[in-house]
Each structure stands twice: as structure tokens, then as C-alpha cells.
Design a protein around this ligand. Structure first.
Ligand code: NAD
Length: 467
């Protein structure tokens, strides 16, 4: 049984209680993680608040420490990736790549300059904007990309001069705790703390008076609770929330050419990606051809334990989500949906067949809600304006895409979609040089580059009258 150590305020900390971490590929418990309580939350936040006074002062020290952090993660990447596959389910190759992405995120953050802007500089006056860290940042993370989401938040907050209390999801604490362990001693005590435990820790973090900023990624429902918890104290928030991304396939698209990119745009990480394709609107003239291509891919993609070399799609991460996906698919079938591929669970852990559905109404739950699993509803349209309206008829607005042989025409349609990011002839192609954030209920604020740094800092205008 795997066990993890806990460090708070730079010290090893014994925790009386533990909670079980399940390997979704087997549905068996593979690890015990420390179950922190309110006393640990207080200790971590108070340590982080005390450390802030010095940490904020010296960006060279911060660059140095972040580069060392990246190196420590790189040196231990195989152990971290193995934990990640066992707790999250994703194939080991993808777990390795998630860990290495984090190394790059941290290195990139270490080399960034803080945004500064001079608005006016003349004989009479100097007006400039500087950016200052908030103080203690609570970073709260979901279970789908536990390492890269956590490290993106931590690196951005730390380079900006904040200190951090990080809370992974109770489903996926182990790789994050390993990172906390292998980076011990790199940061001054209190600068970077990791707490594992159940959801109530998130509630306590969002309510604590010493937390000045909450950087949250998770579901829309929890995001709204975080916003409500932050409101009485006007804590700053960044919310990266759920999505129900539409992909519109124009009549001139070539099904054979685009099917693979569409399939992986929907099924990467077994569909457990905030910004995966979750609904396809295809022109009726090419629907049958596209369904045939997608079904062939679904039927030939090996699903199973992420530790097996052959596996391309791992299980659904947890029992609650597995049951939810199962019931969304069952309801759709009962309401007359056609199962074009897959359609049921496999007899192995929380594995589910990659499933393609058609003949559905837009108000069917598997279409209207974020299904967050290996299921793709494919709907047809006749008139492109109708497809645009249906794609936009959602509270979600994270990503979307338009597919066509005519990229100029597709780009005109892309601009009519309501989303934080819209791709043309691709999906899920996140770029580190572009901001990423949601429209409507999919989020507030953005991550990456100067936009991420602006979210991690308070602006201050300095207005000098020259005498
Ligand atoms: P979740 O909202 O259930 O949990 C996310 C985190 O919040 C966990 O660490 C959880 O312990 C914590 N939490 C739970 N209740 C809380 C509360 N009341 N206050 C504070 N924290 C609380 O989400 P999940 O099921 O772990 O993740 C899946 C969701 O995350 C999906 O909706 C997905 O789209 C979304 N997501 C969004 C992005 C993005 O960048 N927009 C990225 C990844 C995942």
C-alpha cells in the first residue's frame, strides 16, 4: 500500500487519520493519504502568511527556487508519473507527459518578467502600472490533470511573489504529495504547502481570512460555491470551470480527413478534459460518413489499465463519475438514441467503452450537460445558422471548434461562437502563448502568460508629479 508524507510550513507533519485512494483501473484501494483537518489548514495558511513578507521581495530568489523545483520534479518524474497513473487512470505515457509539461510550466514561469506598463513619462509626470502579489493564494485542483493544473497554479502564484497552500482533489492526492516531498528544502518554510483531505478543506481554505486569492479549477457547481465563499471578504478569484464544447462540422469537411482529430479531441484522457469536444454538430449530408469513421476509431482503441503498454484510454477516474456517465448513456438509450459504438461499461475497474451516440435531441442530458467521460453525442443540422444557435444555447462557454476545407469561412463562423477559445480544424490545441479561460459559466479570469500573472497580482498605479 502506497503511503505519503505531509509537510506544512517546511516541516514533516504527522496526521492521525488517513483516507483511501482508489486505483480506478481495478476499483481497489492502492494508497492511503493523510486526512488533514482544520488545524492543518490553519497552520499552513499562517505559515504561508508569515513567509510572504520575505518571499515577495526578491524575484531572483523566486526564479532560482522555481528552477530547482522543476529540476527536482524532472529527477523524480518516473515515480510521480507512476502514482499519477495509479490514482488518475491515464496511460503511463500520458502521465509522463503531464509531469514533463509541469516541469516546462515551472521553467517558463521562472523566466517570465512581471508585467509593467509606463502610461506617461515626460517633464511633468510619470504614470506607470506596477503589479504586486496578493499574499496567500489557495490553489484548489480537480482530478483530471492533477499535476499540470496544480503546477500551473503554483508556478504562476510563486513567481509573482505570493505564497501558496495547494489542495489536490481527494481522488488524486498522491502525485501532488510526492512533488511536495521531493521539493522540500527548496523554498523557505511556509512558501509552498500542500494539504490532502476531503472536500471540506476546500471550504475552509476559501473562507480563511488570511487567504487573499483563490485559484480554483473544477466544476461549475463548486466554482459558484467558491465565488460565494469569497464574496464577503472580496477575495480575488480565478475560476477555471466546466465546459460542454461543441464542434461544428461544415458540409465541405472531409470526414476521413478529420475523424482522427475529432476523435482525440473528444476522447483524450477518456473524455475527462474540461475543454474536450462534448457535442458534435455535423451537416446532415456527411453525418453517416463521419459516424462510420468515428465508430471505427472507437472500436479499435484499446481501453484498460494505464500501466499496460497497449492501453490508449484509461478508466473513468472515480465511481461517482463512472455511475454518472453510465446513467447518462442509459437514459439516452432509453430515449431512443442510436449507439453507433460502445455504449456500456467494461468488466474492469471503472473502464467504459468509447461510446458514439446519434439520433438524440439537444435537450437529452448527455448532450445538454457536461458528460465528462468517454461519450460523444453526434447531432445533425441542415442550416449552419441553426448549428451556431444550438452550439451557443448553453450556459457553458469554454471551448468550441469549426471544421471545414475553407478556413476563411470557418473562421467567420468561429467568431460567432460563445467561448473562451474557438479552434478551426483542431480542438484541444492549447498554446502556452495564448490566454485560456471560460466564457459564461465556464469561468472567470484566465491563465497563461501575462494574463495569468495579472490574475496572480494586484495592479497599482504610480502617479508621480515631477517638481
Ligand atoms: P469539483 O468541483 O468536484 O472539485 C474540484 C476541487 O474542489 C477538488 O479539489 C474538491 O475537493 C474541491 N472542493 C469541493 N467542494 C468544494 C467547496 N465547497 N469549496 C472549495 N473547494 C471544494 O470538480 P472535479 O470533479 O474534481 O473536476 C471535474 C470538473 O473540473 C469538470 O467540470 C471539469 O470541466 C472541470 N475542469 C475545468 C478546467 C478548466 O481549466 N476550465 C480544467 C480541468 C477541469
Amino acid at each position: 500500500m502506497e503511503k505519503a508524507n505531509l509537510f506544512i510550513n517546511g516541516e514533516a507533519c504527522s496526521v492521525a487519520n488517513t483516507f483511501a485512494v482508489v486505483n480506478p483501473a481495478t476499483a481497489g484501494i492502492f494508497a492511503e493519504a493523510p486526512a488533514c483537518d482544520e488545524s492543518h489548514v490553519n497552520r499552513a495558511i499562517e505559515g504561508a502568511a508569515a513567509a510572504f513578507n520575505h518571499w515577495r521581495l526578491d524575484i531572483l530568489q523566486r526564479r532560482n527556487a522555481l528552477n530547482k523545483m522543476a529540476e527536482a520534479i524532472r529527477e523524480n518524474s518516473e515515480a510521480i508519473a507512476l502514482l499519477l497513473t495509479q490514482e488518475q487512470g491515464k496511460p503511463l505515457k500520458q502521465a509522463r507527459s503531464e509531469v514533463m509539461t509541469s516541469v516546462m510550466q515551472i521553467q517558463l514561469a521562472a523566466s517570465t518578467e512581471m508585467p509593467q506598463e509606463v502610461l506617461q513619462d515626460n517633464d511633468q509626470s510619470l504614470i506607470k502600472i506596477i503589479r504586486k502579489p496578493y499574499g496567500v493564494v489557495a490553489a484548489i485542483v480537480p482530478w483530471n490533470y492533477p499535476v499540470s493544473i496544480a503546477m500551473g497554479k503554483v508556478a504562476t502564484a510563486l513567481i509573482a511573489g505570493n505564497t501558496v497552500v495547494l489542495k489536490p482533489s481527494p481522488y488524486t492526492p498522491m502525485a501532488t504529495l510526492k512533488i511536495a516531498e521531493v521539493t522540500q528544502g527548496i523554498f523557505p518554510a511556509g512558501v509552498f504547502n500542500t494539504l490532502s483531505g476531503l472536500d471540506f478543506l476546500g471550504v475552509q481554505l476559501t473562507q480563511h481570512a488570511l487567504v487573499r486569492k483563490i485559484d480554483f479549477t473544477g466544476s461549475v457547481n463548486t466554482g459558484k460555491k467558491v465565488a460565494a465563499a469569497a464574496a464577503p471578504d472580496l477575495k480575488r478569484i480565478t475560476l477555471e470551470l466546466g465546459g460542454n464544447d461543441p464542434a461544428i462540422i461544415l458540409p465541405d469537411a472531409n470526414p476521413g480527413k478529420i475523424a482522427k482529430a475529432l476523435f482525440w479531441g473528444a476522447f483524450t484522457n477518456s473524455g475527462q478534459v474540461c475543454v474536450a469536444i462534448k457535442r458534435v454538430y455535423v451537416h446532415e449530408s456527411i453525418q453517416a460518413a463521419l459516424l462510420q469513421e468515428l465508430a471505427a476509431l472507437a472500436n479499435s482503441t484499446p481501453v484498460g489499465n494505464g500501466l499496460d503498454d497497449n492501453t490508449r484510454l484509461g478508466p473513468i477516474n472515480n465511481k461517482a463519475q463512472f455511475d454518472r456517465v453510465n446513467s447518462l448513456v442509459s437514459a439516452a438509450k432509453q430515449h431512443g438514441a442510436r449507439v453507433v459504438a460502445g455504449g456500456s461499461a467494461l468488466n474492469q475497474g471503472y473502464c467504459f467503452q468509447p461510446t458514439i451516440l446519434s439520433d438524440l435531441r439537444d435537450d437529452e442530458a448527455v448532450v445538454a450537460q457536461e458528460q465528462f467521460g468517454p461519450v460523444l453525442p453526434v447531432l445533425s443540422y441542415r442550416d449552419v445558422d441553426d448549428a451556431i444557435n444550438r452550439a451557443n444555447a448553453s450556459h457553458f462557454g469554454l471551448g468550441s471548434s469549426v471544421w471545414s476545407e475553407n478556413t476563411e469561412h470557418a473562421t467567420v463562423i468561429a467568431e460567432q461562437l460563445e467561448a473562451g477559445t474557438t479552434w478551426v480544424n483542431q480542438h484541444l490545441a492549447l498554446s502556452p502563448i495564448a490566454p485560456f479561460g471560460g466564457a459564461k459559466w465556464s469561468g472567470l479570469g484566465a491563465i497563461n502568460g501575462k494574463w495569468g500573472l495579472e490574475g496572480a497580482t494586484q495592479m497599482q498605479v504610480i502617479n508621480v508629479k515631477r517638481v
